[in-house]
Design a protein around this ligand. Sequence first.
Ligand code: GDP
Ligand code: MG
Length: 437
Amino acid sequence: NLSDKLDRAFKVLKGQGSITEINVAETMKEIRKALLDADVNYKTAKAFTDDVRQKAIGANVLTSISPGQLLTKLMNDELTELMGGTTADIELKAQPTIILIAGLNGAGKTTFTGKLANYLKTQRNKKPLLVADDIYRPAAIDQLQVLGQQIGVPVYANLESKDPVAIALEGIAQAKANGNNVVIIDTAGRLAIDEAMMVEIEKVKAATKPHEILFVVDSMTGQDAVNTAKVFNERLDFTGVVLTKLDGDTRGGAALSIKSVVNKPIKFIGTGEKMEALDVFHPDRMASRILGMGDVVSLVERAQQQFDEKEAAELQKKIRKNKFDFNDFYSQIQQIKKMGNMKDLMGMIPGVGKMMKDVEVSDDAFKGIEAIIQSMTPKEKENPEIINQSRRNRIAKGSGSKIEEVNRLMKQFDDMKKVMKQMSNPAAMASMMRRMP
Ligand code: GDP
Ligand code: MG
């Protein structure tokens, strides 16, 4: 998902001491790719990354936060802005306020209709009336009536009529007669966009002149959600979006994409099947969610992936047989580098950042070593003991290192092997431990 991709993009900045034009440009390229993959259109993605880039380069880098953290903050602010900046309220001044609910089948329209009525009644001191305008499925009318009973809100239905426009107008008339100051019209959906459905809801819109048209969309449908939003907006010019089913997986990306494609505010999010599971949309909270800050679960998953037990056992065996070679050494470096990424990611968890500050794992520290190992022949990598002085000279030249650097690596490697051998021998290990202060 998007937050994974962004995490990966931060890798580019990993271990860099400061934000420079080059590492920011590189990271922004990655982020732009991630946004495009998540269906954000090109213009929005470009404007977004250009803006973050400019701010990042101009930013005063405090020593206490890593470039990754600073960038996360900047991106958080920018994403918040992109999703509307502030919370968009619904229009409730008109008497009665007419709210039309639109969307595909199963998006969560009927559930949201109940939730919205419950919210308006309990939090906004309103007296709503619900209209069952989904005439195609008798079960849909039942469903709304059950919800109405549950939350103590009246429901207008007309089982005899097959005319959604007439039913909607009857509902509004009843609301006026009974002093209901909000009318919420729950409409019929289809499995996919279809012309008959669009024509029908356009007619209901024309007849009822709603103050709000809320487009309800299942956040789990990803790319489809964006396309559906686009079509509905072209036909209905809706006033706001409701993202449902955000209680499951983290799919915050849909919020960003929809906002950027239709440029209409997201007003509510559904976070469960219960009537209380409705939240007013807060762009800043969604931005944090998209960036995956504090997303501990995915961090743990990644840590587990990196811990390849089989590989560890293999290595153990080699050490015991004193067969640890430069191939193993090289793959160890790659492991340590991966841990470096982990460090940066963990640094984003609120509270953990400070703890990780003093642990310094930098890619650059390994660059020279990697170059030297890469300049060895396969035979040399497998049999480090054959690397004599003339081979060392050749390796130094091939890797663009000084001969002293090659000598130092060879010495480090020998020392490491000795320590490893000791550690793999329980008796030696015990004696070493006893010698420790
Ligand atoms: P409609 O066809 O658009 O009217 O969709 P419904 O309101 O009937 O909802 C379809 C299904 O999605 C039902 O099983 C709902 O309980 C479920 N649903 C609706 N909103 C949410 C939500 O925010 N979270 C979860 N987990 N389920 C939801
Ligand atoms: Mg329904």
